[in-house]
Design a protein around this ligand. Sequence first.
Ligand code: NDP
Length: 504
Amino acid sequence: MATLKQFTELSGSLYIDGAYCKSAASDSFEVIDPATEAVIGHIADATDAEVDTAIERANQAQRAWNRINMLSRAEQLHEVASNIRKLQPLLAEAMTREMGKPYKETADEVLWCASAIDYYAETARNNQGRIMGSSVDGQFHFTLKEPLGVVVSIQPFNYPLCLLSWQAAAAMATGNAVIVKPSELTSITTLLFMQAFGNLPDGLFQCITGGGRVGARLCESRDTHMVAFTGGIETGKAVARACAENFKPTLIEASGNDPFIVMPSAPLDRAVRGATFAAYLNCGQVCTSAERIYVHDSIYESFVEQLTAAARSLRIGNGLDKVDIGPMVSRRERERFEGVLANAVSEGAKIMTGGKRPEHLPGGWFMEPTVLAEVTPDMAILNNESFGPVAPVCRVADLDEALELANRSSYGLGATVYTTDMNETMRAMREIEAGMVWINAPLLDNDAGPFGGRKMSGMGRELGPEGLETFRQNKLVMIDPGASAQDFWWFPYADEESYPVGRN
Ligand code: NDP
């Protein structure tokens, strides 16, 4: 109940210049609990003036923050991480109520935020540039790593705090200010999260709620300097286009359609358990969900049978109860997903289990975990992101065919392969066209390793040292301490270096 009270109190709020304020916006969106369909709050569609105020404050705060020594910055970020850990129960409950996934998943997500912030608090102060061998006697040549300025972080609904933390931690640790535009579907949780950053200077980290107009204004402004976007491909293209206008650097983390290959050498029960997790985690609303399961012909029937049994055993319900799968995030998403399933069936896929709304849950946007068999490579479900609780299983003759099909895609985010054969492991690792490859370890992240996609799944990396570079730029500095005359290359040029008359 205390958490629901926070939804009421934060309704219509923005977080600007270190404080919550009520938006002057006349437009707002309802916040609906996807498990109960109860309206639990509303969020403001921030006005243009509010967006501009946040940008102005962010620029002021960033200039001051960039002057603070790196040890103090690190200490302040560690304090944020500690605040997040203390807020874990509140944030996890709020996230479950607002977007539906089980409490276990939201509680884990909150801890991932803290670990990413601790990681970047330290790694950002490791290395501030590079000294190179001077090309001139007596000079000193080096680079400085500098922040980009004000970073706009545009977030999707599925991992609203973790993905924000990956970006915000690296951005702030490297001296940037951050303005987040959360998804309309997870804005109250994001506003609540701002509490954890209360020890940072006012204006350094702000949250502006609203729809696409708000996101677009932040991207288009000449006073924001980088956009870190996570979301769908079409929105990502709009963001990249807007940024191109000002040559503004962008990180684009877009949709995935990840392959999941199972070979006969893999322990089948483990592969089934891995596939169950990879297909249905967060109700299939994960950018790196297993979306295309390619199984070797010799184990296809057993795999489908065991996966079907595993899907049937999952408990569906309100994420605050003892369940494995919560509802989908919104009525619109469930209807879109039902269309994806209907189309797959019309193309010849066979439903082994699921495929419908659970009868015991008449309210809420629930869907049964679905297994589709007899799926063939040209079906739409294998060529577009489903983003729902479905495991489409396609038969392959061998690893060659599996790899060929895995790469026959415009997406390139992650890929999982189940095998214990070393040759298969090495081939898959090298040949799969994706940003991440998991061998027998689906959907794992590591703060210290780069996350991101290829092809239409995006460009740029977050996490790891690579993710730090995403939020800073290099400045080359050359110092001649003696201000010496460079006779060898300045005016006046020596006569003997002129074009030699009569050479031809
Ligand atoms: P959307 O693309 O619908 O929205 C993402 C964000 O962009 C939202 O905050 C949205 O606001 C905002 N937005 C909408 N229009 C504009 C605009 N013109 N300019 C700037 N911002 C805008 O994604 P979803 O929230 O539906 O998230 C699901 C998608 O995210 C899936 O495709 C998934 O694969 C992808 N994703 C990718 C990840 C990766 O790392 N590669 C990780 C997680 C998810 P509003 O909410 O108001 O519409």
